[in-house]
Design a protein around this ligand. Structure first.
Ligand code: ATP
Ligand code: MG
Length: 167
């Protein structure tokens, strides 16, 4: 069986990693969608799809399950979104998500949807991590070590702080 998991991963963090490590035990292969792939360099979405692919691929290098990381651009019609996703991904049978809209759209398409338990959601959230980066507070402990490396390499914190500034 092939599982599907999607997020924006701005950035990829230990909550995502925890879910993927759990899913890896119940599926033969995992398809990971990098959502809102066309968006970058904004305060909500600082990193490019390619940078997010790097974060995921490096963090999951030791996963004992084959995986595919696939950027997926937004479409402006939720009613067409599942078909759009499926047109870009290897076929999958189970969707793992706790996002209500994602769950609803896949359920309406007749797909099996499972909701993995959240991992320390209060601290492990992209929004919280971006706020910490902006405020110059520690964030490195909330993401896999490979993500720290990628964000350093691309000067990601400086980028976020600059684009959040006023002109
Ligand atoms: P943001 O605050 O930017 O929305 P996020 O932490 O919610 O970031 P997303 O990329 O939006 O991350 O989420 C991708 C998927 O990961 C969603 O289905 C979300 O519910 C799930 N997720 C987010 N945080 C956790 C967590 N701590 N534990 C388990 N799953 C999580
Ligand atoms: Mg979210």
């Amino acid at each position: 069986s092939r599982g599907f998991y999607i997020g924006r991963f701005q950035p990829y963090h230990n909550g995502h990693q925890s879910v993927l490590e759990r899913i890896a035990c119940s599926a033969d292969e995992i398809v990971i969608g990098v959502g809102s792939a066309q968006v970058s360099h904004t305060v909500e979405n600082p990193f490019t799809a390619g940078e997010r692919v790097l974060m995921l691929t490096r963090s999951l290098a030791d996963l004992d399950c084959p995986f595919y990381v696939i950027p997926i651009e937004d479409v402006q019609r939720n009613a067409l979104w599942v078909a759009h996703v499926r047109s870009m991904t290897p076929p999958f049978d189970t969707v793992y998500s706790s996002n209500p809209l994602v769950m609803q759209l896949f359920a309406e398409a007749g797909m099996e949807v499972q909701s993995p338990d959240m991992y320390e959601r209060l601290t492990h959230s992209g929004t919280v991590i971006r706020e910490r980066m902006l405020d110059g507070e520690p964030w490195e402990h909330l993401v896999p070590p490979a993500v720290v490396d990628v964000i350093r390499e691309i000067h990601g914190v400086e980028r976020l702080q600059r684009i959040a500034g006023s002109d």
